[in-house]
Structures are given as C-alpha cells and as structure tokens.
Design a protein around this ligand. Structure first.
Ligand code: UDP
Length: 383
C-alpha cells in the first residue's frame, strides 16, 4: 500500500504526529522496535498499581492548549509532585523553598533565609570567582549558596549525569523552582496531574485506527528505493523519525552521548507504606541510586478504578548509568561537545528533506512531556 508518512517510534511525539496527520486525512503507519507502544511513558498495572516502568512521569504544563489536548484522552488526577530529599539522616522538602531552608538552618522567616543565602552566595562568588554563571556548579552556588549546593545538588547531579557539575550546563538546575514561600510543589506550572488509568492508554487512544507494527526496527526493515521509503510491500513518501539522530546516520560523525537509567523494581506485598511519598531523592554521592519511586502514591495509595486503598506496594530504585548500545537512552547530554556534534548531525539531516526528526532523541533535547506534545503539534501543522 502507498502511505504518506512512516512514523518511527510509538512514543508521545510519534503518537501525537500519527493522530494529527490522520485527522488531516494522511495515511500513516507507525513502527516501534519495542514490544509495546508509549515509549518511556509506558505504564503497566502491577497488583492494582500503575507502575511507571521507565521512570516517574508527572505531567505538568502552563500551555492551556496542550493541557486541553491531553485531557481529550483521559482524566488527570490532582497529584502535585512534592519530592523529599534525603541526605544521610537529614530530610528536606524539594524544590528549594522555605520548608527546605527552615530545616536546613532552623529559621522561620523569608528574611532570615535570604540573609543566609545572600551571605553564602556572596562567599561562593568570591571563592569561586563567579561573575556570569558558566556551568551548573556556578549557577547553583549563585542561586542557593554552599549548604544547599553541597547537600542537595552536587552529589545528586554528579551521579545523575556521571560528570562534574562544572562540566554541565547551567540550564539543568534552572529546571527547579527556588522560592521564599512555604510551597513544596516541584513545578511552577499552572496544570499538573497523573492520568487516571496510566499513560499507555493515552498513546493507545491516540493511535486508534492507525496501523502499528511493534518489534520493528527501522534500520533492519526499511529501505529506500526510487526516493521512497519501503517497508515490505508498503511505500512511504516521508518519515518522522523519533529515534536517536546519530543512530539514524549510522553514527557517521561519531556517537552522541546519552544518560541511561537502570531500574530495580520490587514488589512488597506485605508493606502498605514504604516511604510515605511517591518520590524520595537520595542526594549523597555514596548512595548509588538517585531516587526511589513508590508508584501507588502517584494515585494517593488508592486503586484508581475502585477508590479502595491498595494493600502492598511497588517501589523502584533508579540507578543512573552511561548509555551504551543495547540500552535505552533517556537523557541527551547537552554539554558543549555534544551540542556541537548534534549541530553537525542537523546539517546531515538537511540532506534528508523527507525525514523529520522529533522528540527527545530525534531533536537531542531535554524535553518534558508537554513540550514534546507542543513540538509534535507544531511539526504536523507545518506539514
Ligand atoms: N537536582 C538536584 N537535586 C535533586 C533533584 C534534582 O540537584 O534532589 C538537579 C539535578 O541536576 C537534576 C536536575 O536538578 O538533573 C533536574 O532535576 P529533575 O527532577 O527536573 O530531573 P528529571 O526528573 O528530569 O530526571
């Protein structure tokens, strides 16, 4: 059959493109090399609990159109992400706010917190000769001072990214709010929640009526003939590719770096409440994992279908790792070296006018889910 577009990757970017192109009357087919759709937002049900198999995903956005868009597919609950950080025996609320500061310094008012932070920031700027923050360390010290940086940022960040904070871009830490009010909401966005019934169903609904071939690897199954892309008997005019851009080009210019994660999931049928929160970060370098997720608390410990309390629990420890072939890539490493290499891959991509690259891996960008949807909607609008 003659199709218009082959979409490579049944994750969020691919699924939004597939649905929107179908709405425009285009003939699309989706392939994915994994055995399931939904990419890294895949959730599956274990003992009545929706488990985020590829790490915690909390939907948040200030983009009203994107919020309305996802709400077509499911209802969202009122979950507000409020992680707790553990540094040895010390427990702190995140993001950095008055609860964090009052626990750190035994103070009560914003003026007291500001005084300590201003002093520590001034000391750090002098000691580290910081003018304009050039890297994550300088950014964190200029924002929060030494205590917060050393207890809550340095260890976590260095294990998460596998490199020194001085070799990381400042924008990564600017993802986190920093505020002088007692507010533990991890995000500043207007809308937030977890989809009732998990994430996989959202993607399944987006893909309704669209052919999807799972366990199908683009590089093993697609060829190019007379300017068209061929998969078995089917031909396609163009391709939306959401895999790794360097892999698409057979690593011709060398590999881009990615961070990967290893998840260790434990079912604890005898434990109703393991840690009292959905997300606990372990900010010390010496603890090998960055966080423990207790999935039931994304839904307040209740079965989303019956509203009944869930007995037992499921937890996941998240271990960061360097990406190697055969592993799932999770985060692009947006340092200068990789950014420069990515730009060279973008130049190569200009020689492929019938291939559009999208999503975290195709665009090599640290996208949140709402930004993925926005980028996918914009991509389709331009097609
Ligand atoms: N971060 C930190 N301490 C924490 C949590 C986050 O220093 O307890 C830093 C770390 O550098 C991390 C970045 O903030 O990579 C962004 O964190 P976020 O929670 O947004 O990361 P994600 O959930 O995308 O992995």
């Amino acid at each position: 059959m003659d199709y218009d577009t082959l979409i490579v990757g049944a994750g969020l970017f691919g699924a939004v493109c597939a649905r929107e192109l179908k709405q425009k009357g285009r003939r699309v087919l989706v392939i994915d090399r994994r055995p399931h759709p939904a990419g890294n937002i895949y959730t599956c049900r274990v003992n009545g609990i929706w488990v985020h198999q590829y790490g915690a995903h909390i939907f948040h956005t200030s983009d009203r159109k994107v919020w309305d868009y996802v709400n077509q597919f499911t209802e969202f609950n009122h979950y507000i992400n409020s992680p707790v950080a553990r540094y040895g025996d010390e427990l702190y609320n995140l993001p950095f706010n008055m609860n964090t500061f009052s626990r750190m310094w035994n103070i009560a008012t914003p003026a007291q917190a500001k005084e300590i932070i201003d002093r520590q920031v001034a000391e750090a700027k002098k000691d580290y000769h910081i003018t304009e923050p050039k890297n994550l360390e300088e950014q964190a010290l200029s924002l929060a001072g030494r205590d917060i940086y050393e207890k809550l940022i340095k260890g976590y960040t260095e294990k998460q990214w596998g490199r020194d904070c001085r070799d990381l871009p400042a924008f990564i830490i600017r993802r986190l709010p920093f505020r002088f009010v007692y507010d533990n909401n991890y995000f500043n966005d207007r809308y937030q929640g977890i989809p009732v019934g998990g994430y996989t169903q959202i993607v399944e609904k987006m893909l309704e009526g669209i052919p999807v071939l799972l366990r199908t690897d683009y590089r093993k199954s697609v060829t190019k003939r007379d300017g068209a892309f061929c998969l078995g008997q089917d031909t396609f005019r163009d391709v939306i590719y959401t895999g790794m851009i360097d892999e698409f080009f057979d690593y011709r210019l060398g590999p881009l770096e990615y961070r990967s994660l290893r998840f260790e999931t434990q079912e604890l049928p005898e434990t109703d409440n393991f840690q009292g929160n959905a997300v606990v970060n372990y900010t010390e370098r010496s603890v090998p994992y960055t966080r423990i997720i207790e999935h039931k608390f994304f839904e307040f410990g209740k079965d989303s279908e019956t509203g009944e309390p869930i007995h037992g629990t499921v937890i996941t420890r998240e271990y960061p790792a360097a990406w190697q072939q055969g592993m799932e890539p999770y985060y692009p490493v947006n340092d200068e070296k990789n950014a420069a290499l990515y730009r060279r891959y973008q130049e190569l991509a200009q020689g492929e006018p019938h291939v559009m690259f999208g999503g975290r891996l195709g665009m090599y960008r640290y996208f949140d889910m709402d930004k993925v949807i926005r980028a996918a909607l914009d991509t389709v609008a331009a097609m």
